[in-house]
Design a protein around this ligand. Structure first.
Ligand code: ZN
Length: 354
């Protein structure tokens, strides 16, 4: 399948970090505006190369890049602009529905309140939808290593049905299992927000069990290390442990981010990634970008990854796209319309095209 064809297919993304998807030019302009002199380069080409050193294979190096993006995201104008450009850039890859996440607590360095930060992002998203037609939901993250998950969760709840659709825990997984913040997980669920938790990326199946069994997460961010609870033969899953079986049987969606996983060292090579095995074994797999800037990746690239390295067909791409729409936390009538009136017809046409 050629790239132009893959680019033309409608898409949905559930796992994409706002502070991991800035445009290089925007970062340079904003650094200038706010007087941030810490960027590793001032030349766009050089800065781009610095951010794309993701292949280093270490989560620590990867995470250091966020110091720079977050540094220029400390004013309402910057947050709104980056949120707007996020939807514009996804629209260029024919993304029709996007759930975008960010951690408001990272943007308080210049005195902004959590609510002002969330409102600035929602403002950019609204403008983005107006200009592109991309439907969105915002996911508010608390950082698992910090102690302010409670005020972050309460701030998120204030925007329920006003653009914020879910709560998440991000940050280092090892040493901070999901149920470190069990109280906040319960709080947001009782309030009616969706709950997705990063698990099974930096830590093994235990972390996924804690996210699902203890915190009652409805989706798992990454979750790919669920394969450690299976038996693989010739690249396919041939037997399931109890947890893997539960995750599959309960249809718990996995927000799989293949390229990001390569860059953080979860898989040694594209072919070694468990994407295809999980998909063929019946897990609810969705395809996602995670950090478009750091991984130098778009949704079209993730489609190409699945086709080139995991034998995905057009029908498989349709399946993961429909799975993402069905697993979304935003307005169901909107997601159903996109699924039935945009995605289904486009893939039907792609499948029958000569
Ligand atoms: Zn993530």
């Amino acid at each position: 399948m050629d790239r132009g064809f893959l680019a033309s297919l409608p898409k949905a993304v559930l796992h994409d970090h706002l502070d991991g998807g800035l445009r290089i030019d925007t970062m340079l302009e904003l650094a200038d505006d706010v007087g941030y002199t810490g960027l590793p380069a001032t030349d766009p080409g050089e800065l781009r190369r610095w951010f794309h050193q993701g292949e280093s294979g270490s989560l620590e190096t990867y995470l250091r890049a966020f110091d720079h993006t977050v540094a220029v995201m400390q004013t309402p104008e910057a947050l709104s602009r980056i949120a707007y450009e996020c939807l514009v850039d996804h629209a260029a890859q024919r993304v029709k529905y996007a759930e975008i996440r960010f951690a408001p607590a990272l943007h308080t360095r210049r005195g902004l309140e959590l609510e002002e930060i969330i409102e600035a992002v929602l403002d950019g998203m609204r403008r983005g939808r107006r200009d592109t037609g991309v439907e969105y939901g915002v996911i508010v993250d608390a950082l698992r290593q910090d102690k302010d998950a409670d005020p972050v969760a309460r701030a998120a709840i204030r925007y329920l049905h006003d653009g914020v659709v879910a709560f998440d825990l991000s940050g280092p997984e090892k040493g901070y299992p999901p149920d470190t913040h069990l109280a906040e997980c319960r709080l947001v669920r009782e309030a009616g927000l969706g709950l997705t938790l990063h698990a099974g990326e930096g830590d093994g199946p235990q972390s996924i069990w804690r996210a699902y069994g203890r915190c009652h997460a409805q989706r798992i961010g990454h979750g790919v290390r669920i394969v450690e609870d299976t038996v693989m033969r010739n690249g396919e899953i041939v037997a399931f442990g109890q947890l893997a079986r539960t995750i599959r049987d309960h249809r718990v969606p996995l927000e799989v981010c293949p390229t990001s996983n390569l860059h953080t060292g979860i898989a040694a090579s594209a072919a070694d990634h468990p994407l295809g095995a999980l998909h063929r074994a019946g897990f609810v797999v969705t395809l996602n970008t995670d950090n478009r800037l750091m991984s130098d990746v778009t949704m079209t690239d993730e489609f190409a990854f699945a086709v080139d390295h995991h034998r995905f067909t057009v029908a498989d791409l349709e399946q993961v796209t429909v799975a993402a729409l069905d697993a979304g936390f935003g307005d169901w009538t909107v997601r159903r319309r996109i699924r039935d009136e945009v995605v289904r017809p486009a893939y039907r046409q792609a499948l029958t095209a000569p």
